[in-house]
Ligand binder design. Sequence first.
Ligand SMILES: Cc1ncc(COP(=O)(O)O)c(C=O)c1O
Length: 491
Amino acid sequence: MGSNSALLSKIATNGGHGENLAYFDGWKAYDRNPFHPTQNPEGVIQMGLAENQLSLDLIEEWIRKNPKASICTAEGVEEFKNVANFQDYYGFPDFRKAIANFMSKARGGRVTFDPDRVVMAGGATGANELLMFCLADPGDAFLVPSPYYPAFYRDLGWRTGVKIVPVDCDSSNNFQVTRAALEAAYEKARNNNINIKGLIITNPSNPLGTTLDRDTLTSLVKFINDKNIHLVCDEIYSGTVFSSPTFTCVSEVMQDVKNFNRDLIHIVYSLSKDMGVPGLRVGIVYSYNDAVVNCGRKMSSFGLVSSQTQHLLSAMLLDDVFVSNFLKTSSKRLARRHEVFTTGLKEVGINCLKSNAGLYCWMDLRKLLKGQTFEAEMVLWRVIINEVKLNVSPGSSFRCVEPGWFRVCFANMDEHTVEVALKRIRAFVGVQGNKKSNNADQVFVKSPNKKRSQNDLRLSFPATKRYEEVMSPHIMSPHSPMPHSPLLRAN
Ligand SMILES: Cc1ncc(COP(=O)(O)O)c(C=O)c1O
């Protein structure tokens, strides 16, 4: 491998993919031993994947009812030749219209989008990279409020050479980004001779599951305008909002703010989350800047959406009744799943940041840490992966500045799997606080995979200790499961 990599380019081997992050490690643990309700019930449950599987049945139903929209059916094959032969980086006009229509519907019809500003890309991944390519040179940087989507390292920077400058946000104000934090990050970067070309925000946020309020968005638009830098709004979760407040899109705010440069504003969107179809690789850039639309179109040759997919989606997303029903039902189902999951966590004393969007929650496990360090976070994370067998993602991989937060996805599985996951969590963390001893720091840990006698094992700590303080890393290695700990005793 070593000598082989010497044959590759520096850029290909510079580690810019970011695959050494714990976020991807967790996926590997899942791949080695994936949970299956009957074939592998003891396996790792994948809770690290922000995937929406809750409403795919509605899409399947529409496809069955509309066989003409697919070119690989007896009813639709007549269009095969025209569709399969199409290769134009503008995309089908109906496809761009359909996407603009869907984006508007996902925002409650409060804004409309011009199909001629829709530029195709391979998912939001391709869209984000396309924008970086158009807006920044290698070595330039974008401000990114933290915690942020781990794959931004790859998407924004690997091939383009664009750097990320984090804007630190923390739980003191529910991780909201402030003008002061933006100014501080901007000034610090400038003092280090880093050329800031823009700010990229994910709204609704991944990993927080929160939406930016109108005032905050307005202040961001003013900030980038004052600095004459770009604002990229990754709105991939805009239709994945399931409770109040409603989502405010940057385009709505643009209607309010006076005297600013519209050329600085760009939206990234994709159907991967809102429709749950990441495999179709439908991403778009919507830019208010004509030059970016023009340049982006040329770039989109590298990530065109297949014309077969464009053809199918044109028909589906221009069906207003379907779209309205889909968005409403999806939101209801997500709300229910979120409720079931967060209530289950609350029952064992685990809180999540209050959220109204996304396919995950931002779980607060700070009180289970030995100390407020990222080493302690990793120790806890390894226990969750290896012993509890849940692939959750540690906050450090989102570059969270506070240790102890974890992102847990809840929409990529069926109800049964959610129940199994909650059962494992319940078994892992019991009641906080021992009524008898009044020891508020007692934590109960059970191994979910052992027989009855071992199942009731309990780990108890002195009030000042957290659990991994009493477990050396080697005790917690995958080769040495928890019941071997001398500190465990039968309950
Ligand atoms: C914030 C954010 N941007 C972009 C992406 C990439 O999405 P896509 O599958 O459309 O490339 C994701 C996927 O998780 C995401 O969460």
